[in-house]
Design a protein around this ligand. Structure first.
Ligand code: CTP
Length: 410
């Protein structure tokens, strides 16, 4: 009964997976949540509002104009709910939500949401991979909505693909994980780095990488929701700043190094989610380089920020987390990195799933434990990482004892 005392609105779009929302409502209720249901008109063609009235003991809201809801039912429900989950979230509903429409009961309730908003997409795989859907999903996640799935499996027309709604029990599990984490990091100060670094060649060109910054921003955003104080050292990205975070913007690895080294000892935790360039051009030209014959670039090593903090820290940060992107020997390479950089936790990603996407498949490597996680959205992975961080913070004996004076590589 771990959702005891929590209030959840389930909002249905008109898709074949609407029948699974019945099980979702039951599952949430089984876990102790109080549930209310809102439905689009299209959803009522798939499953009847009476079913939900029977399950929840309250009428399902289908129509903002119905007399029994005279007043502002959408405002009332938006304020009431600790979480709103749209399941199934169809292509159409996702598009309308991303564009801020509020012309039916589901969208108007969403527009008034006070709590966390979840979307469980369900559609044909080509609708899911459609550029418009992907852009809309980015818009929603940028506004801190949590997208659960879809998963790969059999679709309504018999094809197999990515577009199947996540199973109700898994959706309920994710909601529970979000709602029960509130404030478990309060009192902790986190320094998080995110995004790529840009290493300038001349005034218009740079060397960079495809990091979107989403992983670091998701960690910052989840940590804030869990009550931590967060400072984000961000490379050049186009993401909205999570509300409540202090942001220090940097461009190059050298700037990020300076920003982290001047403040790391004021934080309990440092999470190096940034994809820091290992090299920079030996020289930055002050004028645009003109084309001529072949050109050879000389690159010099950048300072390794994680290893420098690992070598210099005395008491703080007491938890040091790094990332690793590997193409082979995932766990062993991560374990080497853990040792070499004197970190407490390395989040190892398979290179195929990692940089720039919306999901990650990660393995969490610590001195005495290895946890392989399934593929999941970056906010969900952020929570898994923060769960480990919290354990390490609370239980210093889980951290390996270190000799002082670890040798910094450069
Ligand atoms: N990192 C850092 N400073 C750098 C490079 C990387 O702090 N100059 C951090 C990243 O933020 C990340 C981890 O180190 O947390 C990733 O290290 P990676 O670049 O994979 O490590 P290397 O030791 O350079 O690994 P490889 O030998 O595979 O290049």
């Amino acid at each position: 009964m771990s959702l005891q005392g929590k209030r959840v609105v389930v909002g249905l779009g008109g898709g074949i997976a609407a029948f699974k929302a019945v099980e979702l409502v039951r599952e949430l209720s089984r876990r102790g949540a109080e549930v209310r249901v809102v439905m689009t008109e299209a959803a009522t063609h798939f499953v009847g509002p009476i079913t939900f009235a029977g399950l929840t003991g309250k009428p399902a809201v289908t129509d903002l104009w119905a007399k029994e809801y005279a007043g502002e039912v959408h405002v009332e429900l938006g304020e009431w709910a600790d979480a709103i989950v749209i399941a199934p979230a169809t292509m159409n509903l996702i598009s309308r939500a991303a564009n801020g429409q509020a012309n039916d009961a589901v969208l108007a309730t969403l527009a008034c949401a006070r709590g966390v908003v979840f979307f469980a997409p369900s559609m044909h795989h080509r609708m899911w991979s459609h550029g418009a859907t992907q852009a809309n999903i980015r818009t929603l996640t940028d506004r801190e909505a949590v997208v659960l799935g879809p998963v790969t499996g059999p679709l309504a027309n018999g094809e197999v693909g990515e577009g199947r709604m996540m199973e109700p029990a898994d959706i309920a599990e994710e909601i529970e994980s979000h709602l029960t984490h509130s404030d478990d990091l309060s009192g902790s100060r986190l320094l998080v780095t995110a995004g790529p670094t840009h290493e300038d060649l001349d005034p218009v060109r740079f060397l960079g990488n495809r990091s979107s910054g989403r992983m670091g921003y998701a960690i910052a955003s989840r940590a804030l929701r869990r009550g931590a104080e967060v400072t984000l050292v961000s490379g050049p990205v186009h993401l909205p700043v999570p509300s409540g975070a202090e942001v220090i913007r940097v461009r190059s690895a050298v700037e990020m190094h300076a920003a982290v080294m001047s403040r790391f000892d004021q934080f309990d935790v440092l999470i190096m989610a940034a994809a820091v360039a290992d090299y920079r051009p030996a020289q930055r030209e002050s004028h645009k380089i003109k084309k001529g014959g072949d050109l050879r670039l000389e690159l010099v090593r950048n300072p390794d920020i994680l290893a420098s903090v690992g070598a210099k820290r005395v008491q703080r940060p007491s938890v040091l987390v790094g990332f690793a992107l590997e193409t082979e020997n995932l766990e062993q390479s991560a374990r080497d990195k853990l040792e070499r950089k004197a970190a407490d936790l390395i989040v190892a990603n398979e290179a195929s799933a990692g940089l720039g996407g919306d999901t990650n498949r990660a393995t969490l490597v610590e001195a005495s434990a290895t946890t392989s996680l399934p593929e999941m959205g970056k906010p969900a992975l952020a929570d898994q990482i923060l769960d480990r961080v919290r354990t390490l913070l609370k239980n210093p004996s889980a951290r390996p004892r270190r000799e002082t004076g670890h040798k910094a590589p450069n």
